[in-house]
Design a binder for this molecule. Structure first.
Ligand SMILES: NC(=O)c1ccc[n+]([C@@H]2O[C@H](COP(=O)([O-])OP(=O)(O)OC[C@H]3O[C@@H](n4cnc5c(N)ncnc54)[C@H](OP(=O)(O)O)[C@@H]3O)[C@@H](O)[C@H]2O)c1
Length: 340
């Protein structure tokens, strides 16, 4: 099979190679990949800044994949050839609290991922694709959508009428806008670009703050919420900005700590957090049970992911470059011939 493999860190070391097509072992399925989508972590892995010591040489990168079951291994009863499936990032985390070793079982690094014509999934871990989405659309869900869902619905218990602050217009944030809007929440979105803010408004964001022209964006959020702050923050930035998020959060509100676009350490002012009694909750994508529930909800509510661009398999490196440019919507790579 043809597969992109990362021989060493750096995009120039991502190479299209010929590899033996893997055979499914006990409890596994072989998936013919139709499409994958890129996340921030995929770029961070190539750049050698995401758990570099854990990434094997020759890794097939990228978790988020949609495809069709091509072969089932011995003992598999969950799937049949032809079923449409999605990869599940924390491939051993099925339900309940995470175990201590979940990161060891992340697809797309340290385990091989989906940027190849075929990939192996655990039968118990693979997830049915929503029937209302094409494979290219469905390939955007495994990390970005599930993370937003886990932050707002699984842990956040978002209720209609509550308010949600969404930072920037990256993959996680746009799904958060879409979920929160559809669930009846008020969405405040930030971005570095007025044009992207207008597009976020079209997805449902009712209040817009440009964080470039308003570096003290928490003041704007407080102004928009009569000084109270929001019920939920989907925190994808962290770093120095975490203190602004605490200020922008309602008393006893919920900060879902998702990302580190602003830095992997955060100097936290303790007293404001203590007085506000807000909860900061770490988020690690989500478990399979929530993924299945989210997909049912997506089917029922007809949610369609925002796709920025679709690249041919041979142009995978250009897809990574597009991610670097700050797209509006997900960057997808077509692997198979059809988009079913
Ligand atoms: N914990 C988890 O489970 C989990 C899951 C998924 C992602 N993540 C993390 O979450 C973060 C976002 O991931 P993603 O895949 O959604 O990224 P992405 O699609 O690459 O998002 C990039 C966008 O983030 C916005 N941004 C960048 N710096 C910002 C800043 N200082 N303030 C506000 N917005 C900023 C920009 O939006 P504008 O162009 O609109 O300004 C940029 O276009 C990353 O750190 C990623 O590793 C964590």
């Amino acid at each position: 099979m043809r597969a992109w493999q990362l021989d060493d860190f750096g995009l120039k070391n991502l190479r299209l190679a010929d590899r033996p097509t893997p055979r499914p072992q006990e409890g596994q399925i072989l998936v013919k990949v139709s499409a994958v989508s890129l996340n921030y972590r995929d770029k961070a892995i190539v750049d050698g800044v995401y758990d570099p010591e854990k990434m094997p040489k020759g890794l097939i990168p990228v978790n988020d994949a949609a495809g069709v079951v091509a072969e089932v291994g011995p003992g598999v009863t969950e799937w049949q050839v032809g079923d449409r499936v999605l990869s599940h990032f924390y491939s051993h985390w099925l339900e309940g609290p995470p175990g201590p070793d979940e990161p060891d079982w992340q697809l797309g690094g340290p385990l091989d991922g989906g940027l190849a014509e075929y990939m192996i999934l655990e039968a118990k871990s693979a997830v049915p694709a929503p029937a209302n989405l094409t494979d290219q659309q469905a390939a955007t869900l495994p990390i970005a959508a599930l993370t937003a869902w886990f932050a707002l619905v699984e842990y956040g218990r978002l209720r209609p009428g509550q308010s949600v602050l969404v930072q920037g217009t990256g993959g996680v944030s746009l799904f958060a806008v879409q979920f929160a809007t559809a669930l009846g929440a008020r969405v405040i979105a930030t971005s570095s670009s007025d044009d992207k803010l207008r597009r976020a408004a079209a997805l449902g964001a009712g209040d817009l703050v440009n964080y470039r022209t308003h570096p003290d964006w928490a003041d704007e959020v407080l102004r928009l919420t009569d000084g109270r702050g929001v019920d939920h923050v989907v925190e994808v930035v962290a770093g120095e900005g975490l203190n602004q998020s605490v200020r922008a959060t309602k008393a006893a509100g919920h900060i879902a700590l998702v990302g580190f676009l602003g830095g992997q350490t955060a100097p936290l002012d303790v007293m404001p957090l203590l007085y506000s009694q807000a909860a900061i909750r770490g988020i690690a994508v989500g478990h399979r049970r929530a993924f299945v529930e989210m997909n049912r909800w997506i089917e029922k509510n007809g949610l369609e992911p925002v796709i920025d661009s679709v690249f041919a398999f041979e142009d995978a490196r250009q897809a990574y470059e597009r991610l670097e440019e700050g797209p509006f919507g997900k960057v997808v790579i077509r692997v198979g011939d059809e988009d079913q």
